[in-house]
Design a protein around this ligand. Structure first.
Ligand code: ZN
Length: 140
């Protein structure tokens, strides 16, 4: 029987994801490849271009996230309380955080990170999330 999960995330340490972004792992499912995290993105940080290899959902808890250049460039600007669904296969150019931003993110599969010219770089999957959760340095 599977156990339910209840976490007091405010008592959990942030771990360094890299590039000014920290994370807390909330849940992983090796069976389905689903992983759920909180991301804390410092002002001026960004996620490199990536492709979703599984649908993902986010909820911005605080701050501001510009997807595909943000609303002013024809993309999406998500702020406090905004929710989004990112379908399997969607390609995202750099995602920017102009101010400190905290968001919940869950993905039903890996993210394939790409180089600036959109060549495959590395795959962030549930196994890598579990490894980073155990080994990434505790953030300040
Ligand atoms: Zn994305």
């Amino acid at each position: 029987m599977l156990a339910d999960v209840n976490l007091n995330t405010s008592k959990m340490p942030w771990r360094e994801f890299g590039g000014g972004i920290d994370f807390k792992t909330l849940r992983t499912s090796p069976e389905t490849g689903t992983w759920s995290v909180l991301f804390r993105c410092s002002a001026g940080s960004s996620f490199r271009p990536h492709r979703h290899l599984g649908g993902g959902e986010y909820l911005v808890i605080k701050g501001c996230m510009h997807i595909r250049g943000g609303a002013e460039s024809g993309g999406v600007t998500a702020r406090d309380g905004d929710y989004g669904y990112e379908p399997n296969g969607v390609l995202h150019d750099q995602t920017d955080f102009p101010e400190e931003t905290v968001l919940f993110f869950t993905n039903d599969g890996p993210l394939q990170f790409l180089t600036d010219d959109h060549k495959p770089d590395f795959v962030l999957d549930v196994t890598m999330i579990e490894e980073l959760s155990a080994s990434a340095p505790i953030a300040a």
